[in-house]
Design a protein around this ligand. Structure first.
Ligand code: NAD
Length: 284
């Protein structure tokens, strides 16, 4: 199967990165979201990211932003996804939203196209259950920012076929990425650990054990991590962190995943991290 046209659903933090990465590796992309405003912002972000990449020499790709953007069709019309060989879904981490999106995709996309869910924690088997192609649904957990991160956590759902795994690996190779394949479980490997760590770091802040800066500094200076848990939370988006920990709580029925009240309060207050200009830190 030759993958040429890729549908990218959701044009937020992750959808923008996935669409850019695909277009920079010569794919035709159909980027779908629910409003023209979001799509205009996505286009501008891709333009800025490419300028940033070439200014700081973060890529060998010398194409101009216009050339890359010309490979992306920005639309609110799901019907365009009739042409997609492969779909990467990146909508909000809410089961009610994902459920609707997958049944819509299933009714529109060609029967042989593969659906890759870029979810943080929702089980792939559950996502596959709302489609009539459970063998063609796979988890593709990209890291943020997508164009800069070479490794992807790939998740095999209960019904995911070997053929789908091969197609997904091919897709990632075409995007210049490698993958680690794991079995399905809420949060997979990465976020079962990371979301718990971030949530506990917010509890530390709530309990006034240390400042934001000192919590992060301990992870960077003592453990050699590139970023602390609170900086990481800002980069991911505090709303996405909250939704993900709620998914873990609901799926494992284990109180260790209860979301920290301070995290909930910050999300209610609109402090969603880097994407909103303010989270644990302030951004220009
Ligand atoms: P985001 O909030 O930045 O973007 C979500 C986008 O989905 C928004 O633009 C929203 O308008 C769009 N959307 C909502 N309903 C839609 C619908 N019915 N059809 C089309 N678009 C719709 O979130 P994000 O950080 O980009 O996360 C997207 C997915 O990727 C989530 O499942 C998240 O858990 C996962 N993820 C996030 C990160 C991260 O670091 N942020 C990393 C890996 C995976």
């Amino acid at each position: 199967m030759n993958i040429q046209t890729v549908g990218v659903v959701g044009a937020g933090v992750m959808g923008v990165g996935v669409a850019q990465n695909l277009a920079q590796t010569n794919h035709q992309v159909i980027l779908v979201d629910i409003s023209e405003d979001i799509l205009d912002k996505a286009k501008q972000e891709i333009r800025n990211n490419i300028r940033f990449q070439s200014f700081f020499k973060k890529t060998d790709n010398t194409e101009t932003p216009n050339t890359v953007i010309s490979r992306i069709e920005f639309s609110t019309n799901y019907k365009l996804l009739e042409a997609a060989d492969f779909v990467v879904e990146n909508v909000t981490e809410k089961w009610d939203i994902k459920k609707q999106v997958y049944s819509l995709l299933d009714s529109i996309c060609p029967a042989d196209s593969v659906f890759a869910a870029n979810t943080s924690a929702i089980p792939i088997t559950r996502i596959a259950s709302v489609t009539k192609r459970a063998d063609k649904v796979i988890g593709m957990h990209f890291m943020n920012p997508v164009p800069m991160k070479p490794m992807v956590e790939v998740i095999r759902g209960y019904h995911t076929s070997e053929q789908t795994i091969e197609i997904a690996k091919k897709m990632l190779t075409q995007m210049g990425k490698e993958c680690i394949i794991v079995n399905d479980s809420p949060g997979f490997v990465s976020n079962r650990v990371l979301m718990l760590t971030i949530n506990e770091a917010v509890f530390l802040l709530q309990d006034q054990v240390a400042t934001v800066e000192d919590v992060d500094k301990i992870f960077k200076s003592c453990f050699g991590h590139k970023m602390g848990p609170l900086e990481t939370a800002d980069l991911i988006g505090l709303d996405t962190i909250l939704f993900s920990i709620e998914v873990l709580y609901e799926n494992f029925n284990d109180s260790k995943y209860r979301p920290c009240p301070l995290l909930k309060k910050m999300v209610d207050a609109g402090l969603h991290g880097k994407k909103s200009g303010k989270g644990f830190y302030v951004y220009q």
